[in-house]
Design a protein. Structure first.
Lengths: 692, 50
């Protein structure tokens, strides 16, 4: 007898933004999840596996948050296409978990109303029931279940409440929704006529036809989008007939759904007459205040950077010690020669020099995750919008700019939500000025060289200053672009402030884990390969004279010659040719600067046992005996890295997003010029003021 | 270690590193490798025909 494997059921999790969808997804799937992209679009696809109460397997798909199936952005288009079974790469779900924010039930029920029209079994996860209760909202679950005709599971996802019941509901056979919002008769008739003409599965025909009939975006009604001229004509004809009968084909279904929602809420939801001022509202009085809001924002940032230096110190020392031990072990085991130098001076130093910053990267993402999960990020967006509007930046630019603190690439991709082309271009042009996580290793190294015995507060202060330099530069450049190259009106920002909530540490830790893996994968691939190439450039050609010192040999190498070639350009910034090698090496990726400096000084001091790079750099002197890394050089280098492009991947993504080489070339040129100017002002200005 | 073996190992490492970059360039990117975690493929959008 052979046992057949249970069939995997496909479950999609849908809901409005900020309703706790991702928390539920993470709690159900844990580490059994993978993140990718929907082919052809830059929309993240998260899928994971979990098991029901009887051990039956479910594949869970986390759909992008959306308020309705009427599409306004690529994210919402993906959610709609998956639910309608339009995508080849994703099966149409067998069940939909619709997460509803109980404290905002009327608005959230609009998506529920549309999902019920799809004919797919739905389970409503009524999340944040505690927040609703605190606001004085009482929901009669039995009535709500009866009115919606689907299982409704009350949940507090952040506290782990309701997951057993949710799994139980999914393990039961769930029939398709028995009813949904009734449409006006004229609409219903035209929907039936249109559904007949659709070449889609029968259970999706009604909802497809309804969407086609009521779609407000003309771009989605072209023959190119639908691939069927007769269908476009039929939909247009139906709309004409409806208008002639005095029915607005776009507004009437919306009104019908809201009328149905009103009926559901009247029966199932009871609200306090005068809702008490919630803790969220009280906190917002302070945290979005024009003065205290900024003070709180700066306080949060300082705390984050202090933690980055303070907490990360011990693990960083451990990694540093391990890197030195590995390098010494290689030197003691592998016979003398180029291969030994490649391993110890190139691979171990290059990769280890970058990996050492893993703890700081993890702490940065822990804090970013925490701020996002508690709902504080939306407040930060609100505070920043006042400044952004003054420089002409679109309100929607905040999320791309915020994402760019992690990495400019998702930030630039996120600009797709900005409809106006000029506003989008301005955001793309300034997004790489936000200090991304790849700059963190450079800042940390330079701060360690600059002030070796500084307190964590001093270090955090300098780090924060660098982040602010990037932010100010982005705003100034955006203002300049909006006044000159890309003139346009600045639209208003409509922003939802979700209630503050206790963060889900699982979500935050999962985010840290993902980012840590990405960082290590990058260190093991791109950084490793670059370290080998840089070592080769700094080792060959070999000097003919056997008495040549390592310092002379490196000066004659290909890398040394490149450094010497750009020396006239960087001398006004106080840099020598060895720093020039670091600048060239890090054009591919900023953090390579740290590894390159390690390789340069390690090859040069080939006879020494490994010592921390910061000490080597601090002791480095010009031929005249003057230190190379003076405070002004260190500060200038940091400012250079704040403002310079130095990232091939970003250039490639700007090329793809703007569909031309003109903008990435312009962006690289202006950022390099700005970086040079910034470093020049710091170095020469500082010298004029009597600093070193 | 003989000088020949030393040379062979170094050459293999350098060729491997260069080969890695060449492969990334020619195979059509499966990952942008920028640290952002995305894996944007160079394929046109696909939509199911109705």
């Amino acid at each position: 007898m052979t046992a057949t494997a249970p069939q995997v059921r496909h479950v999609a999790i849908a809901g409005n933004p900020n309703c706790g969808k991702t928390t539920i997804f993470n709690a159900l799937t844990g580490l059994r999840q993978r993140t990718g992209n929907y082919p052809g679009v830059t929309v993240e696809k998260k899928v994971g596996r979990f098991h029901g109460t009887h051990g039956e397997p479910f594949d869970l798909l986390d759909l992008p948050g959306s308020y309705s199936l009427q599409v306004r952005s690529p994210d919402e288009a993906v959610a709609r296409d998956v639910l309608l079974g339009r995508r080849d790469d994703t099966p149409r779900p067998d069940v939909i978990i619709c997460v509803v924010d109980a404290s905002n039930i009327e608005r959230n029920l609009y998506l529920v109303a549309q999902l019920l029209e799809l004919g797919i079994p739905v389970v409503v996860a009524l999340n944040m029931i505690d927040v609703a209760e605190q606001a004085g909202t009482v929901i009669d679950l039995a009535v709500l279940r009866e009115k919606l005709g689907v299982p409704v599971v009350p949940m507090i996802a952040t506290k782990g409440t309701g997951f057993v019941e949710l799994k139980q509901a999914l393990s039961q056979p769930i029939p398709p929704p028995p009813h949904c919002a009734p449409m006006p008769e004229d609409i219903e008739f035209e929907v039936l006529v249109l559904a007949d003409k659709l070449k889609v599965r029968a259970d999706a025909a009604r909802s497809e036809a309804l969407l086609l009939l009521t779609i407000s975006d003309r771009a989605h009604l072209t023959e190119a989008a639908l691939g069927d001229a007769a269908l476009v004509e039929a939909a247009a004809g139906a709309r004409e007939r409806l208008r002639a009968a005095g029915v607005d084909p776009v507004a009437a279904p919306v009104e019908a759904r809201y009328a149905w929602i009103q009926g559901v809420c009247d029966a199932a939801v009871r609200k306090a007459d005068q809702p008490a001022l919630s803790l969220s509202d009280k906190l917002d009085g302070w945290l979005t205040h024009p003065i205290f809001g900024w003070a709180a924002f700066l306080g949060v940032m300082v705390l984050m950077f202090v933690a980055i230096f303070w907490v990360a110190q011990v693990p960083m020392d451990l990694i540093d010690g391990a890197t030195s031990s590995v390098a010494d072990w290689v030197k003691s085991r592998v016979p003398d020669g180029d291969f030994q130098s490649l391993l110890s001076d190139g691979v171990v130093t290059g990769v280890g020099g970058v990996v050492i910053f893993l703890p700081q990267i993890l702490i940065l993402f822990f804090f970013l995750g925490l701020l996002e999960d508690t709902g504080y990020m939306a407040r930060a967006a609100f505070i920043m919008d006042r400044v952004m509007a003054r420089v002409g930046l679109h309100g929607k630019s905040f999320i791309p700019l915020l994402s760019s603190f992690a990495c400019a690439i998702p930030g630039i991709m996120a600009t797709r939500t900005i409809e106006n082309r000029k506003d989008r271009l301005v955001t793309i042009l300034v997004a790489p000025l936000m200090s991304c996580s790849a700059r963190l290793p450079v800042y940390s190294l330079m701060i360690a060289v600059l002030i070796p015995i500084a307190s964590v507060w001093q270090k955090a202060g300098i780090m924060l200053a660098m982040y602010l330099v990037g932010l100010v530069a982005a705003f100034v450049m955006a203002w300049l672009f909006k006044k000159t190259l890309l003139k346009s009106e600045t639209p208003m920002l409509l922003l939802e402030l979700p209630p503050y909530r206790w963060p889900s540490f699982q979500t935050v830790l999962l985010r840290m884990w993902e980012r840590g893996l990405i960082f290590l994968r990058r260190a093991g691939t791109v950084i490793l390969a670059l370290s080998i190439v840089l070592w080769a450039l700094l080792t060959f050609p070999k000097p003919a004279d056997p008495d040549t010192t390592p310092a002379q040999a490196i000066a004659q190498s290909y890398g040394g010659r490149m450094g010497h070639a750009i020396e006239p350009l960087i001398k006004p910034l106080g840099y020598d040719w060895k720093i020039g090698i670091g600048l060239i090496g890090s054009f591919a990726a900023r953090e390579v600067f740290v590894g390159t400096m390690g390789i340069v000084y390690n090859i040069e001091d080939a006879d020494d046992t490994s010592e921390p790079l910061r000490d080597t750099m601090r002791n480095e002197k010009h031929a005249s005996g003057r230190p190379v890394f003076t405070p002004l050089v260190c500060l200038g280098l940091m400012v250079f890295y704040v403002l310079a492009m130095q990232c091939v991947s970003t250039i490639a993504i700007v090329r793809r997003e703007t569909n031309s080489w003109r903008w990435p070339i312009f962006q690289t040129a202006y950022m390099t010029a700005l970086a040079w100017l910034g470093a020049f002002v710091v170095y020469q200005g500082g010298r004029l003021l009597g600093f070193q | 270690m003989s000088a020949n073996l030393d040379t062979i190992l170094v050459a293999a490492a350098i060729l491997g590193a260069l080969g890695y970059f060449a492969a990334r360039y020619f195979r059509g990117k499966k990952s942008c490798n920028s640290g952002c975690g995305c894996d944007v493929a160079k394929r046109p959008p696909t939509q199911k025909p109705r």
